[in-house]
Design a binder for this molecule. Structure first.
Ligand code: ATP
Length: 542
């Protein structure tokens, strides 16, 4: 699928707009339009319903070691600055960046690739932000330009080795930056904290400094005791939260994939340390299955276990659920969700202070005077099992998803070009968003075939009854074929048409977006029919 086509559909039909577009936009920030807001809301609601509200606390789910409880939270975006010091974000949450003195652009060090080439007695590293085959083509073009060679002289370029990351290069004097004309314009990599800083109240200076949260997870850890004391949950249980997070990403890109303001859907699942490997596996598989159920295809979705050297300093195991986004080079996948075994790192950090690994142990990091570098809350965040009387700090499994990345993946998967018959039965090409009915922004559209003979009145009554249950749309303008096509682009799974026959036998046609099948349903059974189809996962009748 061509990403440009999806991007233009998103703007044309109101899924996504650039933030503050009339002022030229703001890089890394996106607004959801009338269709997009419904789609993203449905993604979040599907997650909340399937993981929290609809969760069965009584029976053992397939693959789970035992029954467990789920509950929710909604914490503030700005929290006590100590939270980020103990969580490690204050010290560790940075990327390395390089600036280009010539183009004034800034790049993430690990996202610049390139290759060494020699020509006319000079050896340079040609850099690009592209990857895979795109990077090969781009570096070739730029090398020809740099050395003032024509395409037919390409054999004068002596390439030395494959495309590698800029992180493998130490000699920046000979690097041709991704947007530069001269070599040696990139600065040495510099650290850059990804947290947005702000100031609370009238206090000026560092006393009032605070951060916008870079993840929702920490709000859950610092409320662990509150949840235990106020609800009667017992380990194993999970606390879920969704909400905005902010990261001052150096190079936001790929549409909403890497934004500076985005929404997360996170679960912290607390369990007994000994049972944690089993729970880790359960959540990994369960979260993968969730995306499949909502329509992401198996060949474009994968579950990838991290290598040992990729794991965070506290993690026993981490897996990513990844999707082959169309803007990535063939064979590359982008992270949709990470499922991490975090041990007792977070609860202990908020009790004792920021931890560091020493050999096999996690110990409180000390400053030059031997005092904790970042002091914890000093509160007891352990758990006592009221049946066995055992006291311990629970281990945590964290499935951490991004609502915007999931929404983008569902849109990429849904975008389809095929053919559908027009009102004369002639096949015409169409663009159709084959979104899962649960996710579709509009569940059903109602059309009177013509604007007379009492058809609009019947159609409007159906529309009003539908509206009480779902998002429905009423349209009486233009040829019915065009109305269908507009709904296909919006991803509406069902269209209901009131026609001449309706007035004699009180039936309407229901048209299925994907199979294009049409069948008749009684007017007063229409709402139930649509509800049944949406709940059963859609796709018409056989
Ligand atoms: P990446 O390596 O892509 O920067 P990450 O590993 O830092 O992501 P996590 O900290 O694990 O991401 O965050 C959990 C989830 O939050 C990610 O899987 C992703 O869905 C979402 N997310 C993180 N950063 C962004 C962002 N800048 N824009 C949109 N979504 C994001």
């Amino acid at each position: 699928m061509d990403m440009d086509k999806l991007v233009s559909l998103c703007k044309r039909r109101g899924f996504l707009f650039q933030s503050s577009e009339i002022y030229g936009g703001l890089n890394g920030f996106w607004d959801y339009g009338p269709l997009g807001v419904e789609l993203k809301r449905n993604v979040r609601e599907a997650w909340w319903q399937d993981m929290v509200r609809g969760h069965d606390d009584i029976d053992t789910l397939p693959g789970a070691p035992e029954p467990f409880e789920m509950t929710g939270l909604d914490c503030t975006i700005i929290m006590h600055p100590q939270v980020w010091k103990c969580s490690g974000h204050y010290d560790l949450f940075h990327d390395y960046m390089v600036d280009c003195r010539e183009s004034k652009k800034r790049y993430r060090h690990d996202q610049v690739n390139g290759r060494w080439v020699e020509a006319k007695g000079k050896r340079i590293f040609v850099a690009t932000q592209l990857g895979g085959d795109d990077a090969l083509g781009e570096t070739q073009q730029r090398a020809l330009k740099f050395f003032n060679l024509r395409t037919k002289d390409a054999e004068q370029l002596q390439w030395q080795g494959p495309i590698v990351s800029l992180t493998k290069v130490s000699d920046f004097q000979h690097v041709l930056g991704p947007d530069a004309k001269e070599i040696g314009t990139l600065t040495e990599p510099r650290e850059f904290n990804l947290m947005f800083k702000t100031y609370v109240g009238a206090l000026s200076g560092e006393e009032g400094a605070a951060f916008l949260r870079p993840e929702t997870a920490q709000g859950i850890f610092v409320n662990f005791k509150n949840v235990l004391d106020s609800s009667r949950v017992r380990v194993p249980f999970g606390i879920a939260q969704m909400g905005k997070s902010f990261r001052n990403e150096i190079t936001p890109r790929n549409f909403t994939f890497r934004s500076r303001e985005f929404e997360q859907m996170e679960i912290e699942f607390f369990c007994h340390p000994q049972a944690s490997p089993e729970w880790y596996k359960f959540w990994r598989d369960r979260r993968y299955a969730w995306y499949l159920k909502l329509g992401l295809a198996g060949d474009r979705l994968r579950l990838r276990d991290h290598d040992q050297d990729e794991l965070s300093h506290y993690s026993v195991g981490t897996a990513d659920i990844e999707y082959a986004f169309p803007f990535l080079p063939p064979g590359e996948f982008g992270e949709l969700e990470g499922i991490a075994h975090r041990g007792d790192f977070d609860l202990r950090s908020h009790m004792e202070g920021k931890l560091v690994r020493k050999g096999d142990e996690l110990v409180v990091e000390l400053d030059e005077d031997g005092k904790p570098r970042h002091r914890g809350s000093g509160k007891d965040l352990s758990y006592r099992d009221d049946i066995t009387n055992e006291r311990y700090i629970p281990h945590v499994i964290e499935p951490s998803a991004g609502a915007d990345r999931a929404t983008l993946a569902f849109m990429c998967q849904a975008y389809t070009e095929d053919e559908a018959p027009d009102e004369n039965g002639k096949m015409q090409s169409r663009v159709v968003m084959k979104l899962h009915p649960r996710l579709a922004p509009i569940k059903a559209a109602v059309f009177p075939l013509v604007k007379k003979d009492g058809m609009p009145e019947v159609a409007q009554d159906i529309y009003k009854s539908l509206k009480k249950r779902f998002n429905a749309f009423y349209d009486e303008k233009g040829a019915v074929g065009r109305r269908y096509r507009r709904q296909d682009e919006a991803g509406t799974p069902y269209c209901i048409t009131v026609d001449g026959q309706t007035l004699t036998d009180q039936t309407v046609t229901v048209r299925d977006r994907d199979s294009l099948k049409q069948w008749r349903v009684k007017v007063d059974e229409c709402v139930e029919e649509i509800a049944r189809l949406i709940e059963s996962g859609g796709a018409g009748i056989e």
